[in-house]
Design a protein around this ligand. Sequence first.
Ligand code: NAP
Length: 325
Amino acid sequence: MSSVNVPTLKLSTTGDAMPIVGTGLWKVPENACAESVYQAIKAGYRMFDSSSDYANEHESGKGLKRAIDEGLVKREDVFIVTKLWNTFKKAENVEPECRRQLANWQTDYFDLYLIHFPIALQYVDPATRYPPEWFADGKSGIVTERSPLHLTWPAMESLVDKKLVRNLGVCSFPGALLMDLMTYARIPPSVHQVEMHPYNVQEDQLQLCKAFDIKMMAFCSFGPASWVELDVPTVKQVDPLFTHPIITKLASKHSRTPGQILLRWATQRGFIVIPKSVKPERMAENLNSTDFDLEKEDIEEISGLDRRFRFGDPKAFDPKLSIFA
Ligand SMILES: NC(=O)c1ccc[n+]([C@@H]2O[C@H](COP(=O)([O-])OP(=O)(O)OC[C@H]3O[C@@H](n4cnc5c(N)ncnc54)[C@H](OP(=O)(O)O)[C@@H]3O)[C@@H](O)[C@H]2O)c1
């Protein structure tokens, strides 16, 4: 895999090299996504974090194909991560959904396939609505489905057996659920993706995952920044991070931007990061965040901001549904 100076981590089940900096595609507008993926590859990105729920997989695939057709990269140079949405948890729905996502991305395998949330929601026929989002009827609240994880996981494993997917992982699993999964997984998760920023440093999950040789991946590295446009009330309960005095002080100390300080803090702690931006200068800034080191006391000072504060709880969309209650 061509690395463009971004270090990699070796995944436990396959030994695959995963870049520690990629870019996330949530809220990248559909009509801008093909160009965004293409420009990201041109800028040196070799890892993308996607999901059917982001409603831009088809466009992402177009951007990747253009980069491959123009000889910028080969398919095997790019590490594609995507996720199984909550409504496809019944074992019989897993493979058709993965194949639909592969067709959208115009590829025949994903490098990493994650369970998007540790909950199962009522199936929505993709012919009716795709992506299905949170509510079965599109409006009136969460309806769960009888699809326990111990039946979904073997269907995920069969994607690996069929070479549709190389590595498996999960997102936002409470520790006890992850430990339970480890008791029966034939192919264990290689990656756990969680919300992680200075207000939620996830030290407990980091230690648990180290014990299982599961690599950790951070979403929302910039804390509230991603949630401002969604008008989530919790945004007002914390200070923005880009202007936080501790972050700006360390940015001056290391002659880096606040964004680079936040990302380096995460990668030095062992997290893989996937900052999202649609702005070329920020994409470059975020990618170039691994060629300096914070000192131990810098890392501890940022970690001292921890409040176990979470933005990405489904209760933001339905007050009855806190999966972290
Ligand atoms: N597993 C899950 O449940 C889950 C949940 C949430 C997110 N994710 C994944 O994680 C990825 C990253 O998380 P996120 O998108 O929520 O948030 P994020 O990367 O922490 O923040 C993105 C926000 O920060 C801005 N930004 C980016 N780089 C910047 C910089 N250098 N300086 C100043 N502002 C900057 C972006 O604006 P511009 O675009 O205007 O630059 C955007 O508003 C997502 O795209 C998605 O792939 C997964």
